[in-house]
Design a protein. Structure first.
Length: 364
């Protein structure tokens, strides 16, 4: 039996790349021939993975700051589309799946030119620019939540709610869950996203010292940029705070298992993982995120009762009180856990496999 060929287009941050990698592996096991495309930035997160058929395609957002940057970005995008056309002409896949972000635009647009079916995926709560440009030409758009904003009415019939595409090891992990949260030590995991939030390393240590001075037993697991390792090490050691500092790692599940509260950026992938693992969180949106999508994510997840959120400008004045109230209010913690229990992405890959097969069997 000839395997159907699928190309999954990803790149940029870990939030796009890791779900794409998990989906690639799953579809390979379902008898598809799968290749993955990524830009240079995204391929960094894949360097430790073996048996990966990875094609590198340059990418660039459309930079409008000045005429020179605009012309440069046009050149990169044009080059990437030409390279994508050659890849598709040579490989002739049956389907392209764009995982969102500007790095997936060239190959999806090339697929449109060659009349190859393509699907786009949006895991945020507001559609990204690249996906918005591609939507009129896409066969379908897979979304994490039907509440996604920014879809014109005339394209609503293209929307299929599939859930959060998260790492398979997260879905398959065993979470201890008896319906309540009980802990005496506050084990805080700090995540700044795959780009590492520098402000977290600058602002959080003083707040954690206040917690310790208030006789709250804490242990800190803090992800940071490698240039901040020494700064954090020296502070926590002097403050006699139990801590572990680490740089970006793909083996984050090890730290998830040790924590009972996570303070994180508001990327859809990490929030989706925390919900499925049933870990309370405080999310702090990146203020400069495209279309303010992290704010939309954080606001949505708080409304659902999955966690709390705080704006970056309020870290100094409000984060301490929010941590304390979250730690001490056990009924609120158990309410968060109950809400998280009612959401599951356990069947996400089966859903995707079913939808992909259906689309492949449809006539153009």
């Amino acid at each position: 039996m000839i395997k159907k060929k699928i190309i999954i287009a990803t790149g940029g941050t870990g939030g796009h790349v890791f779900p794409a990698y998990s989906l690639t592996n799953y579809l390979k096991n379902k008898n598809f021939s799968v290749k993955l495309t990524s830009d240079k930035r995204g391929s960094i997160y894949l360097k430790d993975y073996n048996n990966l058929n990875l094609i590198k395609i340059p990418s660039s957002p459309l930079i409008k700051k000045n005429i020179f940057k605009l012309l440069y970005s046009f050149f990169i995008i044009s080059f990437s589309i030409i390279k994508s056309l050659l890849i598709l002409i040579f490989d002739r896949p049956s389907l392209i799946l764009g995982m969102g972000g500007y790095s997936s635009f060239p190959i999806c647009f090339a697929a449109f030119i060659l009349r190859i079916k393509f699907i786009i995926y949006e895991n945020n709560l507001i559609i990204g620019k690249a996906n918005k440009y591609l939507l009129p030409f896409a066969k379908k758009i897979f979304v994490s939540y039907k509440e996604l904003e920014g879809i014109p009415k005339k394209y609503k019939d293209k929307v299929i709610e599939v859930g959060n595409i998260i790492r398979e090891e997260i879905i398959n992990s065993n979470t201890s869950d008896d319906g309540t949260i009980k802990f005496d030590t506050l084990n805080i995991l700090v995540l700044g996203g795959s780009q590492a939030a520098r402000i977290f390393a600058d602002e959080f240590p003083q707040i954690f010292k206040r917690l310790k001075d208030s006789n709250i037993k804490i242990k800190i697991y803090q992800q940071c940029h490698n240039s901040q390792n020494d700064q954090l090490f020296q502070f926590y050691k002097k403050a006699q705070i139990d801590f572990e500092v680490f740089n970006f790692t793909s083996n984050i599940i090890n730290y998830y298992s040790k924590s009972n509260l996570v303070i994180t950026r508001s990327g859809a992938s990490v929030l989706g993982e925390l919900i499925n693992l049933k870990i309370p969180f405080i999310s702090i949106p990146l203020p400069t995120s495209a279309d303010n999508h992290q704010y939309k994510n954080a606001e949505f997840y708080q409304k659902k009762g999955y966690g709390k959120f705080l704006e970056e400008k309020d870290i100094k004045n409000k984060l301490y009180d929010l941590i304390v109230s979250t730690f001490k209010d056990k009924s609120m913690l158990n309410s968060i856990l109950l809400n998280q229990k009612q959401h599951s992405d356990k069947n996400i890959f089966e859903n995707l496999n079913s939808q992909i097969k259906k689309i492949l069997n449809e006539k153009n």
